[in-house]
Write a protein that binds this ligand. Structure first.
Ligand code: PEP
Ligand code: MG
Length: 763
């Protein structure tokens, strides 16, 4: 090992052996350099010189991402100076590309033997064997790569790798602050088009509001390390106290095991190794915020590449704690950032409850990286009535806070930083679509009657009280599905009896004479209410302890909801249905609880509905094959196609990769649906379809053709479906669709498309 000292550098050897010593020395030199030469155009060169000398490396180089995503050599100490500004590694090229694509440090004693080694003669790199590269990370994005190399086969130790990562963080801020002068490519400027899937139709444009932006620390360095350590400790203590308070506040929580999970969360907050990493980072001379940020960047980078779901959960937990800690340090009260009205919310993944927090934010649109069209986040987006697109791979690293974005909820794509031409053609489309809306609104008071005189009843799906306003604007018959869990998901604490009853009452009042079908609480799976804490991880949450299963296991809480519904329906009809019924016995158990609540209300002379109608949602194949047994027990049925299809095709509705792989417009699915409809008719039980399929033109056509006469859908779909129904000759369509269901192609989508084209439909 030939470690070179440098003239003028006192004690040039790496100060190993004492905690954080290497990082500390490096940082203090870096700090001095930055303080003296903040505006020096050559400061990157000074930085590499400084790192090389402090770490006794033969080479230190900085590569930064250019506008075309390649990594450009921006400064070097040890490689040929002529290579600066010339040597460019493609995103996936060489060891530098590997560090960039994995966003993780890479340590090699013999770089030549690595399969990814790529030789660049212009750099004169031949004699260098050992390699240590770390990503320069900011905002979940790799801005570049910092590399040190030595001639000999040197082993870089953990401490050196740590030190270099800390320097990379400082560099990231330095580079970002000077993006104009150092690299124009850092602030993304190029327009990007990303294709995903429509979650909610419509067109929108607005400024990007990142759901979870990485806010850089206000101060990188600490003037007084001891004071900084005290600040960190104080913040840690407040964080722990706030978690304890959460545990206490949760009180007699609804779900037994949530306490265990909160306890686990508390354990993380007390984890000594986590604390040590933070304290060590502060001892290197970073500010408390920068120390937390330093550890958080690492967790985030690991999260980007982690595949194991347990590890991902843990990293999410840690990142969450680090975010809380940063808020503590900033004296933040923990409230989320406010999205300015007209923003487009951009997130990698977001749960339905978190999305509901934006219900009053007047968002223009929503763009998500992970959500599929059937996910509950998508349903909430629809309930909020804003155009939304999901399954947009790479979205979060492409879009930056404040970027202009166009959401094309018709084509299922987004344009980030669109060019002027794109913006003007988009505006033209917006005005055409506004005209179309005006046309559609003329249908408001007309019935959904086919040309041969068959009426199809159209209802809206709702979950927020302002959804009820749509009843009038679109001219629907009533609410076919009211998702009561939205109220729970939007509350910090479990809503009490009065709160629930008042809310249901307001919904009933706003609906006037039109019926409202309340669906009892459907939590679990991905629908988690804040007061539930984080529940134990289930291997298959969609198939797990959710909806009616959870309600039946907690009769006290379930009965409270039933009582609230009974009270709210005073003097009116109460229509309620149970979600995710799997067996007839479950339906009977739920019904018994309802009956005993009714008896209680009668016995104590409480408010009562004048009529009760109790239904079951058909969402599991098991219940789909039990319709005859519900005769005389259920007053009505409602098919939740979102869940029924996910279970029928064994395809997770939240998984964007499976979106579009299975289709309701296929023989097996339509045969199932037709059979259910026939059995319901035989048992004389009225049946509705309330899944999202009812609002899609081709699916609605097929459902009507196989005999469904009641469809419930998001409000914005009512007018277009009404228009469709009014152009339909059912006596011609029904036998045609029946032929497709009985034989021929497995998929009947193309055939339905031809039908739609003949009817003059655009989509
Ligand atoms: C369904 O599953 O189709 C349904 C209507 O319920 P949710 O989407 O709320 O699960
Ligand atoms: Mg469902």
């Amino acid at each position: 090992m030939t470690e070179r000292g440098r003239p003028g550098e006192k004690g040039g050897g790496p100060p190993r052996g004492h905690a954080g010593g290497g990082a500390k020395l490096l940082l203090s030199r870096l700090r001095a350099l930055m303080a003296n030469q903040a505006q020096d155009p050559k400061r990157l060169e000074r930085v590499v010189e400084l790192i090389a000398s402090t770490m006794v490396a033969d080479v230190c180089s900085i590569y930064l991402r250019a506008e075309d995503e390649s990594l450009l050599l921006m400064a070097t100490q040890g490689l040929r100076p002529e290579a600066v500004g010339r040597t460019r590694m493609k995103e996936n090229e060489g060891l530098v590309g590997l560090v960039s694509s994995t966003a993780r440090p890479l340590r090699l004693t013999d770089a030549f033997s690595h399969p990814r080694f790529s030789y660049r003669p212009e750099t004169g790199e031949d004699p260098f064997h050992s390699f240590l590269g770390v990503p320069i990370l900011r905002g979940g994005r790799v801005l570049g790569v910092l590399v040190v190399q030595n001639r000999t086969e040197r082993v870089y130790d953990d401490e050196e790798a740590e030190a270099l990562q800390t320097v990379a963080m400082v560099l990231a801020e330095l580079v970002a602050a000077a993006a104009d002068t150092i690299s124009a490519g850092l602030r993304q400027t190029r327009p990007v088009e990303l294709r995903g899937r429509t979650l909610n139709e419509g067109l929108a444009s607005g400024r990007v509001h990142l759901y979870d932006p990485v806010v850089p620390p206000a101060r990188l360095f600490a003037a007084d390390a001891e004071l900084e350590e005290r600040r960190l400790n104080d913040a840690l203590e407040s964080l722990r106290n706030s978690i304890d308070a959460m545990l206490t506040r949760a009180g007699p929580v609804l779900f037994g095991e949530s306490r265990d999970v909160l306890e686990t969360y508390r354990l993380f907050a007390h984890d000594p190794s986590w604390e040590n990493r933070l304290v060590e980072a502060v001892r290197t001379g970073l500010s408390a915020e920068a120390a937390v940020d330093r550890v958080r960047r690492e967790h985030r980078a690991r999260l980007e590449s982690a595949r194991d779901s347990l590890l991902r959960e843990r990293l999410h937990d840690l990142e969450d704690l680090e975010n809380r800690l940063l808020r503590q340090l900033a004296g933040d009260d923990g409230e989320g950032r406010i999205a300015p009205p007209g923003s487009i919310l951009v997130a990698s993944r977001i749960g339905p409850a978190e999305l509901l927090e934006y219900r009053d934010a007047q968002l223009a649109g929503i763009a998500l990286e992970e959500a599929g069209a059937g996910s509950h986040a998508a349903i909430v987006a629809r309930a909020m009535g804003v155009p939304a697109v999901g399954a947009l791979t790479g979205l979060v690293t492409r879009a930056e806070d404040g970027d202009l974005m166009i959401i094309d909820g018709e084509g299922g794509l987004v344009h980030v930083r669109p060019e002027a031409e794109m913006v003007s053609s988009f505006q033209a489309r917006v005005s055409i679509s506004e005209q179309a809306q005006v046309e559609l609104s003329r249908l408001r008071d007309k019935p959904a009657l086919t040309t041969d005189g068959v009426e199809v009843d159209l209802y809206i799906n709702a979950g927020l009280s302002f959804d009820l306003d749509h009843l009038d604007t679109v001219g629907a018959k009533g609410v076919g599905l009211f998702r009561t869990e939205f109220q729970f998901m939007a509350s910090e604490t479990m809503p009490g009896l009065d709160e629930q009853a008042n809310f249901y009452r307001s919904v009933i009042d706003r609906a006037g004479d039109r019926p409202v079908t309340f669906r009892t609480i459907d939590l679990g799976g991905d629908k988690i209410a804040p007061f539930m804490g984080r529940r134990e991880r289930e291997e298959n949450p969609a198939l797990g302890w959710r909806a009616l299963r959870m309600a039946l296991d907690h009769p006290f809480f379930f009965r409270r909801q039933l009582r609230a519904l009974i009270r709210a329906s005073r003097g009116k009809t109460l229509r309620l249905m149970f979600p995710m019924v799997t067996t007839v016995e479950e339906f009977e158990d739920a019904r018994r609880l309802l009956d005993s609540e009714m008896e209680w209300a009668i016995k104590f002379g409480r408010d009562l509905p004048n009529r009760l109608q109790v239904g079951a949602m058909v969402e599991t194949p098991s219940l789909a094959f039990s319709i005859d047994s519900l005769k005389g027990k259920a007053d009505f049925l409602s098919i939740g196609t979102n869940d029924l299809m996910q279970f029928f095709f064994a395809a997770d509705r939240d998984n964007a990769r499976l979106a579009g792989r299975y289709d309701l417009l296929s023989r097996p699915a339509l045969r199932l649906l037709q059979r259910v409809r026939q059995r319901a008719d035989e048992a004389e039980i009225p049946i509705t379809v309330c899944g999202e399929a009812g609002g899609r033109p081709l699916e609605a056509l097929a459902l009507i053709a196989i005999g469904y006469r009641k469809l419930s859908m998001q409000a914005s779909r009512v007018a277009p479906i009404k228009l469709l129904v009014r152009s339909l000759d059912l006596s011609a369509l029904a036998p045609r669709v029946q032929g497709m269901v009985d034989g021929g192609e497995q998929s009947i989508r193309n055939a339905m498309l031809s039908v739609a084209t003949e009817l003059g439909l655009k989509n």
